[in-house]
Design a binder for this molecule. Sequence first.
Ligand code: ADP
Ligand code: ZN
Ligand code: ZN
Length: 822
Amino acid sequence: MKANNELFADVILPLPLQNLFTYEVPEKFRDCTLLYKRVTVSFGKKKLYSAIVVRLHGEKPTAYQTKEILEVLDDGPIITEEQYSFWKWISSYYLCSIGEVQKAALPSGLKLESETKVFINPQFEDYASVSPKEELVLQFIESRQIVTISEISNNAEIKSSLNILKSLQTKKAIVLEEKLKESFKPKTEPYVYLSTEYDSDEKLNNLFEDLHKAPKQMALVMGYITLSDYFKSQKRDVRQQDLLIKVDATSQILKALVDKGIFFIEQKEVGRIISEGNSGSKLKMLSPVQKQKFEEIKNSFNTKEVVLFHGVTSSGKTEVYIHLMKDEIEKGKQVLYLLPEIALTAQIIHRLRNVFGDDVGIYHSKFSDAERVEVYQKMLSDKPYKVILGVRSSVFLPYQNLGLIVVDEEHENTYKQFDPAPRYNARDVSIVLAQLYKSKVLLGTATPSIETYYNTKSGKYGLVELFERHKNLQMPEIIVADVREARRKKKMKSIFTPLLFSAVDESLANNEQVILFQNRRGFSPYLECTLCGWVPQCEHCAVSLTYHKHTNSLVCHYCGYTIRNPKRCSACGGTSLETRGFGTEKIEEEISLLFPDARIARMDLDSTRKKKAYETLIEAFQSHKVDILVGTQMVSKGLDFDNVSVVGILNADNMLNFPDFRAYERSFHLMTQVSGRAGRDKKQGKVIIQTSQPENEIISFTKNYEFLKMYHTQINERRAYRYPPFYRLINLSLKHKDHVVVTKAAKEMAVLMRQSFGKRVLGPESPVINRIQTYYIKNIILKVERERSFQRAKDILKDIIDQISMQESYKSLQVVADVDPM
Ligand code: ADP
Ligand code: ZN
Ligand code: ZN
């Protein structure tokens, strides 16, 4: 073989490596088009990985001996050119390796690694399709309890390759390690059916006569007849919720009809199954004002890449998105509709499926990995989804011709990935993604983030605003309840001011529903010894443990460390430990004492861990099996309830006093969003904010829906104190198990940084929680003026990080860079 004939491939390994790695392409693969396909390579001590080929060339690396590519895993490319550019951009902007980006971007089923665990699929039956070699592998897996890919491939007898495993995976004979994830979709939903007793016209007429004196029941039956196309040859199934909405009836009326044996209810599977053959097409007409905004947005896209759609809750933003999406699809383009995790609910899935039917693919982190691989593969196929409705990670799907990205609830900080790298913000990177496809981005929200609104003011983004609710629903009335005063007058009933108490009382008396919002889960934030003041702390983190009454335990909300509730004080041995503060669990208990007849439910991380728990709770509340729903911010998002007359914010001070420059902005967002849950359909709702600082300007801006005033005060502070959008931030977190080491390293790092950046460096400082999972933490913040080169600053910073990390004494020091931290 002539040397100049050699072919080399640069690949991305799924590892945090600085560089791409080069392998030699052996003779037998020369004819394949390898670009963007997965290949098997070995790296390090005989470890096998699937890696993606991103460049082919003839330059032999001089620094190391190249190994050969062992196998080619794919028939076609597994990523697109745009994806590769996108990955490179993310890795450079967010200071992480491209391997880390690849890890986040591909579902784990597409990343075969030595350490990946392999299991037999218990449902597999088609053994006829299995080759003898594959059979051998299956037997080997079966003979072990747990087996990894490396164990299989290193076994001398079977000498398996990743190709065989991939083939077995395609045949669904094996499953690769996936943490058992609950399925996110509500699997069933109630559907209404007319009893078979009424299957002749005569019997139906008799029924109508019987119901003559019960007009509401009659209306419900008529509604059913219409929705089900009862007199057509092909009847349709009627969703309970659709029926109730159509005739504006309560579930009690329906129940009466069920009790009489006229209707029966059946739980029916929804989601993937119902969507089969669903052609959608139930598009709603836009109201005149919505139509006008729709046109404004389109016009704005003529000159701007990004447009902010600022519209109050229930103004019909979602309807406008749907019309814009439809336009794109008719042009043959794809659309990405991004939502924060907690806002991606069955309600929005239904609304899109009603219009786009099977053209909608859903991408959610609670999906099993197998489902995610399926979506990913379909996007690569020649029949990709036209619409993807998804969370943060759906920016990584292989789009073929993206036309529009809708980022709903753009103000949500959960668009930012906190851990692990890449620490990206899906809203921000979607703008980069759109540039790659020459498509547009629509940011939507009722409460824009300061940064986004600033970009509209500076002319970078377009702005379209809509301040009337659909059907001119009134905005809820917001009332501020002064906790300090109520305390002074000794008028507090447990956690309730007289105002909130009587509002809840009245609402319950009217058979209406209540949502109570508290930003803290658990029973109470901490226990305290009444004698010596001792507070139980986490062993691994510098935080007090939260008391969970339900499980009678103390839990660390940072690392999960859990102990039984102590009977005695560990300091003085006394036995009088008392709970302090209020979490959702305690509030639930207090309400049941104050309103003994009310049916109460709690919605927070703890109560929604179990499979389907979240959907069950929402269903129970929607069908009014629950009167009062207590919850954390989970209750603030994406849910429309018809019968909620009162929303109570139990403690606004928690949010306002949070030590962060975004605390005020976030409090405004959160309180406004929670308020949006009140009084959607029938009458004006009431929101009561309990606070001991009623004079706080954020409280008054929230009360009067004064977004602009909030914006102006905040933007002035941001300018004065040198925060975004005027400065870009990078937060460096140094972590080490030894407090002395981390302190010393942080000091040295800060000195080096100051040599280059001067006063733009803040810290090192200990964060509020300065120890998490046994690691001590020091933070250093770098502030870079917007008009300065951010890339240059990052290059300098990278060098400094390398200088520190390379020192022998800092070998086990972790340095985490977070660009644009939230
Ligand atoms: P937003 O996204 O601004 O909160 P939605 O699009 O969810 O508002 O609208 C609120 C409610 O009003 C929804 O139940 C929606 O179906 C209904 N709605 C809004 N616009 C229309 C319309 N043009 N025709 C029928 N219903 C509408
Ligand atoms: Zn802990
Ligand atoms: Zn004590």
